[in-house]
Design a protein around this ligand. Sequence first.
Ligand code: MN3
Length: 208
Amino acid sequence: MQAETYPFVVRPLPYAYDALVPVLDQETMTFHHDKHYKTYVDNLNSALSDYPELQGKSLKELLTEIDLLPAPVRTSIRNNGGGVFNHELYFDSMKSPVGQDPTGALAEAIDRDFGSYKQWKEQMKQAAMGQFGSGWAFLVADRDGKLSIVQTANQNVPDLDDYTPILLVDVWEHAYYLQYQNRRADYLEGWFGLINWRKAGMRYEEVL
Ligand code: MN3
C-alpha cells in the first residue's frame, strides 16, 4: 500500500459504514472516514500543491524523509501525511465483528515475542490506554520479523525505515467519542474483536 503519489485520493472504506456495529456505529464511522480522514487527505494535497519536487514521492517516502522536507510544509506533511497513512491502515485493520484469531506465522511470532495472545492483548491495551491525549498504538515488525508495540502521539508514525506496521488502533477521541464518550477502555475491548487478522497476517508475511 501507499505506493500512490500526489494527488492522494480518499480511499473508500473496505466495508459498509455499519459493518462494525455494534462495536463502532455508523455515525462514528461516517464522521471518522468522511470528515476526519478526508480532511487529512485534503490538507496533505494542499501542502504539496506548491512543491512539484515532492509530488512524485510516495507517502512512505515523504514520512521517512520528514527532516529533509522544506521547513514551511514539514509540520503539515508530518501531521496530515501521518493522518492519511495511519487512517488507511486503521480502516484496513478492521472487519465486521465475527470471530477470527491470529494464525500462521503471525500467531507464532506473537507467542514468541509476547508469550501469548493474551499477554500481547494486555500490552497492546496498556499502550493504547497509556497514550496521553491523542495518538495511536501500533503492533510493528522489525526487518527480522520481531514484533513490538509502539505508541505515537498526534498523527506520528513509527520509524518506517526500520519497522513495518502490522496493525494499529486509533485512540484519538474522534475514533470513539460519539459512541463511548470518555470510555476508551470499552472502545478498546470491542476493537480487539474487530481486528482483521487475515490482513495483518498478510502484512507480516510480506516482512519475512
Ligand atoms: Mn482518527
